[in-house]
Write a new protein. Structure first.
Length: 64
């Protein structure tokens, strides 16, 4: 849950920055948000979640 909340917050910040910078208009931003909302209710949602979790675990496992 903490990872998905962090990702949502990060994507919201990126969306606001893109809209404020003029590289993304409000219409396409709304379409992108609706696409994500409806994609989350499909059968692909668990696969996408597993993929994002594996990426987060990989990044977390990197040691410097």
């Amino acid at each position: 849950m903490a990872i998905s909340l962090s990702v949502v917050l990060l994507l919201a910040i990126v969306l606001v920055v893109l809209m404020r910078g003029g590289s993304l208009k409000a219409g396409p931003a709304i379409v992108a948000m609706l696409f994500g909302f409806f994609l989350a209710s499909t059968g692909m949602a668990p696969s996408i979640q597993k993929f994002l979790n594996s990426i987060a675990e990989t990044v977390n496992g990197i040691k410097f």
